[in-house]
Design a protein around this ligand. Structure first.
Ligand code: BG6
Length: 480
């Protein structure tokens, strides 16, 4: 986020041949390289023996092509990328990684700045962290950072244990817990929008706001991730992290500065102010067969590696109450689901209606409240709805919109991983989740994990189970 230059670094991706590296990290690195990363080397560490430096460079090239990056014109041969196998991940194998790192740092004259990026399944995190620490890779003359992907723990207890383990080897100021939603430009824009526009911030409270809805709807299903997803479900996969992060950015107080700890203090305060969630305010759903965007799709129970009597939720809607001076009594309704009607991430702010209607022909219920809809993806932008009088002698009100779309003004928006990788290399932790933050979030949701919720079925291609509407107290969803 800040304008500092990137010092020379060695980036070690544990899981260097995995899906995340291929789809996100390698394209992001290549996009950053030209502008920001001159003295930069990469080691992709994988479990297999089938790669060597040359074949790994081909792997990098293919990942760029899949992302639509044309590298051939620049004659790029990826000499900055290397491969090293850590096999089964034993301590011995990490020792060979350590030797390789020291050799490369010497040969490339790097100052010992290293980033270890854990792009592996969560079950591998503890072993990788322990081995990095035990072979002494967490110490050098330079600066060493650890990046941990989500999910960070699977409940409060496991998140605490993982925090204790990382803190054994790394100081919190060198730990970067990823929630990739924080890297999305439009999510960062929530901060800019709120704290540089007095016109909205002065209305941003319980006196003027009736309800906040946060929707993350996806058209994708569990598909090839069925084995993972069936053990996790939407509450852990999406609500505990992405939707909760969005909630904190919408609800937090003004930080004293746009600096990591100032912002994260405010986010933690929001999490601590959320009242325990009543199970009556939580609705679970699971998709069945249906049609999404005109294509027939299978139901969740028919997906590969999903138990055929699975009760895992692919949809969650829940209502939060943030019990502080700004928000007491304003429902925050969070909703996420797979195989929904369309893929969209939106924050919808519904303002209060006028206190009385001066128009004899309309009751107060007939006057639709102003809404501010912030679309975070895919058509990034916002809409503010307001009422105007239609021309003519009778008083007829019509709803119109002020509209802004990012793409029309700014063109291409960088991918979240470009932003996050650059911030890691520059040492800016603002967009990363702090230890107390991740624990506060798990503290909120852990009591729900053991509750046996009824799992309401919904057809793929719909907006989820109708039962969830009761969370809106008689109103309709703003995103539909
Ligand atoms: C991931 C979840 O964290 O976020 C996935 O594990 C989900 O299940 C994905 O599909 C959504 O991210 P995005 O950036 O596509 O909205």
């Amino acid at each position: 986020m800040n304008g500092k230059r990137v010092p020379p670094y060695l980036l070690v991706i544990i899981g260097g041949t995995g899906d995340l590296a291929r789809r996100k990290l390698l394209p992001a690195i290549c996009r950053l390289r030209d502008k920001h990363l001159s003295e930069f080397q990469l080691i992709g560490a994988g479990t297999g023996k089938k790669h060597n430096d040359d074949t790994y460079r081909d792997f990098v090239a293919r990942s760029l092509e899949e992302d639509g990056i044309d590298h051939s014109a620049a004659g790029e041969s990826f000499e900055w990328a290397y491969y090293h196998s850590v096999g089964g991940g034993s301590l011995e194998e990490y020792k060979t990684l350590a030797d390789r790192i020291l050799e490369l740092e010497k040969q490339s004259n790097l100052p010992g700045n290293r980033v270890f990026y854990l792009a592996v399944p969560p079950s591998v995190f503890p072993n990788a962290i322990k081995n990095i620490g035990e072979v002494g890779l967490n110490k050098s003359k330079g600066e060493i950072k650890l990046v941990v992907e989500k999910p960070f723990g699977q409940d409060l207890q496991s998140a605490r244990e993982l925090n204790a383990l990382v803190h054994k080897y790394f100081d919190e100021s060198h730990i970067y817990r990823i929630d990739h939603y924080l890297g999305k430009e439009t999510v960062q824009n929530l901060i800019a929008f709120r704290f540089s526009n007095v016109v909205f911030e002065s209305l941003w409270n319980r006196d003027r706001i009736e309800r906040v809805e946060i929707t993350v709807a996806e058209t994708v299903g569990a598909e090839h991730r069925g084995g993972y997803y069936d053990r996790v479900g939407a509450l852990r996969d999406m609500i505990q992290n992405h939707l909760t992060q969005l909630t904190t950015l919408v609800a937090m107080e003004v930080p004293t500065a746009l600096e990591a700890d100032a912002v994260r203090h405010e986010k933690v305060k929001v999490l601590k102010a959320i009242s325990p969630i009543s199970t009556d305010n939580v609705i679970f759903g699971q998709y069945t067969r249906g049609a999404v965007e005109g294509r027939e799709v299978e139901g969740y129970l028919e997906e590969e590696r999903v138990a055929n009597d699975s009760k895992t939720e692919t949809y969650v809607a829940l209502k939060l109450n943030i019990s502080n001076w700004r928000w007491q009594g304003v429902p925050f309704v969070l909703r996420t689901g797979k195989r929904m009607f369309k893929g969209i991430t939106e924050v919808a702010i519904t303002f209060r209606r006028p206190p009385v209607s001066i128009f004899r022909q309309f009751s107060i219920r007939d006057i639709q409240p102003n809404k501010l809809i912030m679309t975070l993806q895919p058509s990034e932008g916002f809409d503010l709805s307001f009422k105007v009088k239609e021309p003519g002698d009778a008083y007829k009100l019509s709803t119109q919109r002020l509209h802004f779309q990012y793409g029309e003004v700014f063109g291409r928006i960088p991918d979240a991983y470009e932003t996050l990788l650059l911030d890691i290399l520059k040492g800016d932790q603002t967009l990363f989740v702090r230890a107390d933050e991740v624990e506060a979030s798990w503290e909120l949701y852990t009591p729900l994990l053991s509750h046996k919720f009824e799992v309401n079925k919904y057809a793929s291609g719909t907006w989820g189970p109708a039962e969830a509407e009761r969370l809106l107290d008689g109103e309709k969803w703003s995103t539909a």
